[in-house]
Design a protein around this ligand. Structure first.
Ligand SMILES: [Zn+2]
Length: 200
């Protein structure tokens, strides 16, 4: 089976035959390596990484993300409790950002990745434009995932400045960092060309 590929370097459009696994084609004009989209990758790596992220999502939300010692009082709070406390303190904007960045968006990204994997595995030709858009959104949102970590460090710095409390990251933080990293990797391993299966 041959496919038509455009060279990313010189733009030459050329026919490329089927390549053995691990092989790469060279541009017939400039010799640049051609994108290995001749044999689209399987979505299984994305499925495995997304599943691992989903498993880590549980401790990331069930365990305390912040451990606080204030005037001898010890308190631990999960992401959800942190959101609730911020909201009750009238910090509803910060609460909303933390809720979106830490709870909702990571979960929606994982649901989106599973949707892409399942529809791709079934070689579905439904909702292809929507699926391509979902993939673009998930890729673009990747850099936003660190927003709440940044936010949290700002909060910690503020509290430290006031000498009110000592705040330490709780056991949920490494789990949460794992969710973020695995989701980014899962998205990076997804080949969007799989959304458009060849009719052969
Ligand atoms: Zn070329």
């Amino acid at each position: 089976m041959t496919s038509v590929v455009a060279c990313r370097v010189c733009g030459q459009v050329q026919r490329v035959g089927e390549l053995p696994p691990g092989a790469a084609g060279e541009c017939c004009r400039c010799g640049a390596r051609l994108q290995a989209s001749v044999a689209p990758r399987s979505p299984r790596a994305t499925a495995a990484l997304s599943l691992a992220a989903l498993i880590l999502y549980v401790p990331a939300n069930a365990l305390p993300i912040l451990v606080m010692d204030m005037h001898g009082a010890h308190s631990e709070s999960t992401i959800w409790e942190g959101c609730r406390d911020l909201f009750q303190d009238g910090q509803w904007l910060v609460a909303a950002i933390v809720f979106l960045a830490s709870l909702l968006i990571p979960l929606l990204k994982l649901i989106g990745l599973f949707f892409l994997v399942v529809t791709t595995e079934r070689r579905s030709t439904s909702w292809q434009f929507e699926r391509a858009r979902i993939f673009r959104i998930i890729s673009a949102v990747g850099s936003w995932a660190m927003l709440d970590v940044f936010l949290m460090s700002v909060l910690v710095a503020l509290v430290k400045l006031e000498q009110l409390a000592t705040i330490r990251p709780g056991p949920a933080l490494p789990a949460f960092a794992g969710v973020v990293t695995l989701t980014i990797l899962a998205c990076a391993r997804f080949d969007p060309a799989l959304i458009w299966p060849r009719r052969d």
